[in-house]
Design a protein. Structure first.
Length: 94
């Protein structure tokens, strides 16, 4: 999985699940800017959200959940976020 090299700045927007504030977004597989209808994952909790017309977050519809649930990019990014969270929560042996 390749994440784009460009972090596109956003107006600060909070995750709908955990409140984590995001101010940038990168596209998986390209350097495209986020667009309305694109899916995004919270880097803190992994919550799936959709960019609305103002590039704010909204909850996905049932149809969008079905559409994105099988998307290999979403699954890979979600797994990477879960692995990072597990590393943060696991105390390191000394």
């Amino acid at each position: 999985m390749k994440v784009g090299d460009t972090a596109h700045r956003l107006l600060p927007v909070k995750c709908l699940a955990c409140g984590y504030e995001a101010d940038a977004a990168s596209c998986v597989g390209s350097d495209d800017r986020p667009a309305p209808g694109d899916a995004t994952l919270c880097l803190n909790c992994g919550h799936l959200m959709i960019f609305d017309g103002s590039l704010r977050f909204r909850e996905p519809s049932k149809a969008e959940l079905v559409e994105f649930a099988g998307d290999k990019r979403i699954v890979a990014a979600s797994n990477a976020i879960a692995a990072l969270r597990a590393r943060k929560e696991t105390p390191h042996a000394r």
